[in-house]
Design a protein. Structure first.
Length: 104
């Protein structure tokens, strides 16, 4: 497998450059998770880094930026996952008429 030296910014890995495996398209994963063992034997803490484009340098096209929230899931915005517009609308607003209603 091919790897690419990728810099990390922010968090405990700030300033480090690690070889990250790239996929068939030549891109590293969008999210890089690093489990850090708990010294007291508890569950490990997971550091989450998000891939971002890195401009200006030719040898590394990507960098990883620390995500302190550590949210799960992708950043994709699918059209069918938009919040319900009725639920977010102002309840005191007057309702709109039918699409072909002249007064609407």
């Amino acid at each position: 497998m091919k790897s690419e030296d990728t810099p990390f910014e922010g968090g405990p890995m700030d300033g480090r450059v690690l070889p990250v495996l790239v996929g068939m398209t030549g891109h590293p994963p969008k999210t890089y998770r690093i489990p850090v063992p708990d010294p007291d034997g508890g569950p490990p803490t997971v550091l989450v880094y998000r891939r971002e484009p890195r401009g200006g340098l030719r040898f590394a096209r990507w960098k990883y930026t620390y995500d302190p929230s550590g949210r799960k899931g992708s950043d994709r915005k699918w059209p069918w996952s938009k919040p319900d517009r009725q639920a977010t609308a102002d309840p005191d607003a007057t309702p709109h008429g039918k699409p072909d209603d002249a007064d609407g």
